[in-house]
Design a protein around this ligand. Structure first.
Ligand SMILES: C[S@@+](CC[C@H](N)C(=O)[O-])C[C@H]1O[C@@H](n2cnc3c(N)ncnc32)[C@H](O)[C@@H]1O
Length: 497
C-alpha cells in the first residue's frame, strides 16, 4: 500500500511502448473451469461509463465469513499463531484487532514468503504467465492479470480463500464514474488525478488486449479478461499492494497483512524481516486486547488516500495532508511567450500544481510566482526562476527578488482565493445537490460519495484558509513596513529642508 500507487503512474502505459512483438508456438488449451464476467462497457470512453458489472468473486467489504475462512486457511498454510484476529471494526469495516497486550516496539505478523503474491508467484495456468513474461509485461499489469487469472478458476487456485476475502468492489476513485467525479470533485485537483489514473488503467488494458490477449484467446478469453475485471484487479492493487524495501523494493500482495487499516497517527510500515524470514511490522505504540492495530500506508494527503483507498481521514487528523494549488501564467502578460518557453525548457507548463500544507508552501511555488509577476526588465532572470520552479536545480537555496516579493505573494494569495471560492461553491451547494437516482442502492452510493467529497473538500479548503491567513499577514507586514519606510523618508526630507 505505502508508496506503491505513486510508482504506477510511470510503470503503467509507458512501459508498454517498449513491448516487443514476439511470435509464439501454439499453446495447450486450458483445462480449468473459468468464471466469465460479461463486459458491457465501452473501452475507449471508460471515463464516461456509468455501468460496472459485478465481479463473480470476492465479497462485500464487511464480510466476516470470508475473512474467517481466510484466517483458517492461512493458519493451515504456514502463518504462525497471531496476536491479532480479523474482526469488524469502526474504522475500515474489517481490520486486525489485538487479542493480547501488544508492546511498543514488538514485531508482529511474520507472513512467510510462500504466502506472499509477487511477480515471481507460480501461475495455476502456467502458459498464461509464460506469455506475459515473454512480452516483458511490467509488474503492475502482470500482477493485475495474475490476480484475474487466479480468481477466474475459483477453487482450483491456491489463492481462492484469499481472493474470496477481497472486496468485490474496492473503494477507490477508479469506481467513480466521470459524472460522479465532475459533480463531486470539481473543486479538487484530485479529480484530474483520478481521470488520469482511469485513463492509464484503460490504456494498459487496451495495450494488453491488443498485443497479447487477442493473440491468445484460449488463455485470455475476453469474458474473463476485460475492462471490468481489470478495474477490479487494479483497484485491489492500488489499495493493497505493498513495496517491500528489504526485498529490493519488490511489489507484493501480503495476505493477512493487507487486512490492516491505515492510521495517520502511526508511522510503522510493512517490510520483509531477514532474521525471521517473514513480512513484519514493528509497532510504534502499545495496544490492549480489543483495540484495532494500525499501520501507515505512507505520508499521503487526504486526496491521495481517497484516490487509492477510497476513504478520507477525519478533518485535522492527517499531519501529511496537503492540497494541490493550481497556478497559471496570465495570457495577457506581454512576456507570456518568453516565460512559457523558460518553463517548457524545464519540463513545466503554463499551468502548474503545487502542494500547499498547513505548514506552508514549497519554494518552487514561490519561484513560479516570481516568474509569473516579473516585469519585462527581469527577463534575464526568467530562466533561473523557471529552473527553481521545476526543482531541477539541486539546491534548497531560496530565490529572492525583494522588488517583486509583494506581487509574488499577492499572486499566490489570488490563486488560493480563487480556489477557495470553488470549494465554497461546492460546499454551499452540497446540501441541495440533486442526487438524481432511482434506486435505494444508488441513493446510498451517491450519499456515500457525496459525504467523501464533502470531507475531502472541507479538509482541502481548511489548508487553503490557513495559507490565505499567512499570506495576508505577510503582505500586511510588507505593506506596513513600506509605509513606515516612506514616513521615515518623508520625515528626514522635511528635517533637512
Ligand atoms: C489494505 S485494505 C485494509 C483491509 C480492509 N479494511 C478490508 O476489510 O479488506 C485497505 C482498505 O481498507 C479501508 N481502510 C483502510 N484504512 C482506513 C481508514 N483509516 N478509514 C477508513 N477505511 C480504511 C479502505 O477501504 C481501504 O481501501
Amino acid at each position: 500500500m505505502a508508496e506503491a500507487s505513486r510508482v504506477l503512474q510511470t510503470a503503467l502505459v509507458s512501459n508498454f511502448n517498449s513491448f516487443q512483438r514476439t511470435h509464439f508456438s501454439q499453446l495447450n488449451p486450458v483445462s480449468f473451469r473459468r468464471n466469465p464476467v460479461h463486459c458491457s462497457v465501452s473501452t475507449s470512453e471508460n471515463t464516461k461509463t456509468t455501468v460496472t458489472q459485478t465481479i463473480p468473486w470476492g465479497c462485500e467489504m464487511d464480510s466476516s465469513e470470508n475473512a474467517s475462512a481466510l484466517q483458517k486457511w492461512l493458519s493451515q498454510s504456514g502463518l504462525p499463531p497471531q496476536k491479532m484476529a480479523i474482526e469488524k471494526v469502526n474504522v475500515g469495516e474489517r481490520g486486525l484487532v489485538a487479542l493480547k497486550n501488544i508492546r511498543k516496539g514488538e514485531k508482529l505478523l511474520f507472513v512467510p514468503p510462500t504466502l506472499v503474491i509477487s511477480a515471481e508467484s507460480e501461475w495455476s495456468i502456467a502458459e498464461a504467465g509464460k506469455v506475459l513474461k515473454q512480452n516483458s509485461v511490467p509488474d503492475w499489469p502482470f500482477l493485475a492479470t495474475y490476480l484475474i487469472s487466479e480468481a477466474s478458476i475459483m477453487e482450483s487456485s491456491r489463492w481462492s480463500n484469499y481472493i474470496s476475502a477481497l472486496p468485490r468492489q474496492p473503494y477507490s476513485l477508479l469506481y467513480w464514474t466521470r459524472e460522479e467525479l465532475d459533480r463531486y470533485l470539481e473543486a479538487s485537483q484530485i479529480r484530474e488525478r483520478a481521470i488520469e489514473r482511469i485513463t492509464n488503467v484503460v490504456g494498459t488494458y487496451n495495450d494488453l488486449r491488443l498485443r497479447i490477449f487477442s493473440k491468445y484467446p484460449d488463455l485470455f478469453p475476453e469474458e474473463v479478461f476485460n475492462l471490468d475485471t481489470f478495474k477490479w484487479s487494479f483497484g485491489i492493487l492500488f489499495s493493497r499492494l505493498v513495496r517491500l524495501p528489504s526485498m529490493g523494493d519488490k511489489f507484493a500482495l501480503v495476505p493477512w497483512a493487507d487486512m490492516m487499516n491505515h492510521s495517520c497517527e502511526v508511522e510503522t510500515f510493512l517490510d520483509y524481516d531477514k532474521s525471521s524470514q517473514g513480512v513484519v511490522f514493528t509497532t510504534d505504540r502499545p495496544y490492549q486486547p480489543g483495540e484495532q492495530v494500525f499501520i501507515s500506508y505512507g505520508k499521503k494527503s487526504n486526496g491521495e488516500l481517497l484516490l487509492s483507498y477510497g476513504f478520507v481521514p477525519k478533518e485535522g487528523t492527517n499531519p501529511g495532508d496537503s492540497v494541490e494549488l493550481s497556478v497559471s501564467l496570465s495570457k495577457s502578460d506581454e512576456c507570456y511567450k518568453q516565460k512559457l518557453e523558460a518553463l517548457r525548457k524545464h519540463g513545466l507548463q503554463a499551468s502548474q500544481c503545487y502542494p500547499i500544507r498547513v505548514t506552508g508552501w514549497p519554494l518552487e511555488l514561490m519561484a513560479y510566482a516570481y516568474l509569473a509577476v516579473s516585469p519585462p526588465s527581469m527577463s534575464g532572470q526568467f530562466e533561473e526562476m523557471a529552473a527553481a520552479a521545476s526543482n531541477k536545480i539541486n539546491t534548497n537555496k531560496e530565490l529572492r527578488y525583494p522588488d517583486i516579493e509583494e506581487e509574488a505573494l499577492q499572486f499566490i494569495l489570488d490563486s488560493c482565493e480563487s480556489s477557495i471560492s470553488k470549494y465554497n461553491k461546492f460546499l454551499q451547494q452540497s446540501g441541495s445537490l440533486d442526487l438524481d437516482v432511482t434506486s435505494p442502492k444508488q441513493l446510498n452510493r451517491r450519499l456515500f460519495l457525496k459525504q467523501l467529497a464533502v470531507d475531502l473538500c472541507t479538509s482541502e479548503r481548511r489548508i487553503l484558509f490557513r495559507a490565505q491567513y499567512i499570506l495576508r499577514r505577510r503582505l500586511r507586514d510588507i505593506r506596513s513596513g513600506e509605509l513606515k519606510g516612506l514616513k521615515l523618508f518623508t520625515g528626514l526630507r522635511n528635517f533637512f529642508k
